[in-house]
Structures are given as structure tokens and as C-alpha cells.
Design a protein around this ligand. Sequence first.
Ligand code: CP
Length: 313
Amino acid sequence: MKNILSMSQLSNEEIFNLIHLAMDFKSGKIRSNNSDKFAMNLFFEDSTRTNTSFQVAEAKLGMKQIDFDARHSSVNKGESLYDTIKTVESMGVNLAVIRHKQDKFYEELLGKNLKIHLINAGDGTGQHPSQSLLDLMTIYERFGYFEGLKVGIIGDLKHSRVAHSDAEALTNLGAEVNFGGLKEWYSDEFKAIGPHMNVDELCQEMDIVMLLRVQHERLADNENKEFSKESYFKEFGIDMRRVEMMKADTMIMHPAPINRGVEIADDVVECNKSYIFKQMENGVYMRMAMIETLLGVKQFDNDPDQEREFVLR
Ligand code: CP
């Protein structure tokens, strides 16, 4: 595997390999030293978790990190993304982790003469594979399987790269994915996957309730003007009354950033059903697994059979 750009490119077997590798990093069963490799994180859109988590993962793998500040880069002088990536590759950077507001920004980089490894850290409203993989790891760590799990994704589906990535991956892994939130956000691609349900029903029936932030930066001006936090919270938000409707082992997840009092009540954020900070903890190990899979020492040192033994269960 050279790049990780979308959940659509990953088979279930590759997803399980990544989950097991991440769990082995987490338990300390394996370690890896990539001190001869250089990583650059190119974030053209704001981020706290993904950017920091990749930095921690790269540091734990011993990689050297090269600073890139999108606000002061030559992209602002009209340089293309391809020319930027080709430039840093020429200097010896081995891995580029890229977040971009443009959907499928990476298409510009494919089929070209690039040796550098690429990870999509979120493209517009498209895909967010590292978030999806850490979500899958957190679910697998809790339940040990995906087949038949009932998942309810509630919120701004239309603008969410997490909803697109998770709905697709969970369905392929055999989970039953359902949706909630404003009907306007339940677009055709979600209708093809699962039904829209009201939030009380989702809370009563789901094994996993996954909340999404309302992405005001992607809404039209009139949509933002008409939006009322109070009425959204009342109809779709998760408060303790709704937590009490859930089954004993239901997980509450959220990719964050969270908006307290909009999609989630203050006291739900760290309640005993919430896995929100566990997702962030697991994100470091999953990103280590992604990087190791692309350019880890074992990829180059061993023959393919040995590599498979190292990763597969
Ligand atoms: N979940 C997530 O992608 O968060 P950031 O935007 O802070 O990276």
C-alpha cells in the first residue's frame, strides 16, 4: 500500500490488519523505529486532534518532523499542491499528511511521478480515513466484532467526511447503519445505506450512538441564520434523559470538536457511556499503524510472507 486516501480503497482485511497493528502498538507488543524517515503535516484547514495526533504518532515512531505552515507557504503565491508535494519530496520528505478543504484534493497527485507516501487527513466533505479507522478500532476494542452491530449516526450528515467514511466502512464490515438529525442532511448516499429514525428511537435501539457537529462553516448563510441551537438540541441533542434510554452497553461516540449544548449536553461528554476521549487516545495508535503500514521498516526489510505474519491474525 502506498497511500491511504479513502476508506473505499481499503478491503475489510486491510482494515482488520490496521486495527490489530494499532492495538499491538497500544499494548506495547510491537515498537518500530523510523528515525531515518521524514514526515510533513500539511494542514490547509484547521485541526486540533488530527494534526496533533499525527505529530504524536510520528514522534512515537521516531520520525523527524518538518514544519509546514500553510498560512505562510508558497501556495499563497499560486504554487499548486502537486508542485508543493514534489518540492518536499525532492528534499527527502517520505510522508505527507494532508488536510484540505477541497473534496478529493488528492486526485491532482495521483498518476504522477511521486514516490512520497500520502495520507488524507480530511478532504472537504469527502473522506476522513484516519478518523474512521480510529472509530473502528474503538468499536472493535469494545465489542470485538462489527457484524450486526446497530449504529446510529446523528447530525450534519451531508457535510461530514466522518459520516461518509464511517457509514461506508461500517456497512462493509457488516454493521447496520441508521441515521438521525435534520432530514435536509439525509442525502441520497445515506438513503442508500440505512433508514432515518427519530433520536429517541435511535437511543433506545442502537449499540453505538455517533454524534456529529453542525458544520456552520459549510452551511449556506440562510441555513446559519435560520439555525437555532436551542431547538436543535431539543430535537436531536443527547442529554442525560436520552442517555438513560440507551442499553447498558451502548457507546456514545463523537469525532469532535464537540459543541456542548448543541448536539451533546455538558454532562454527557464524559459520562460512563462516552468514548469520546478514548477515540482521541486510540487515534495516536491507529495513525502509527497507518504510517507503519505505508513506510515502516518491515515493509522494506522482510519478504511479503513475513510481513503478513507480523500484521495479520
Ligand atoms: N476529529 C477531527 O478531525 O478533529 P480536528 O478537526 O480537530 O482534527
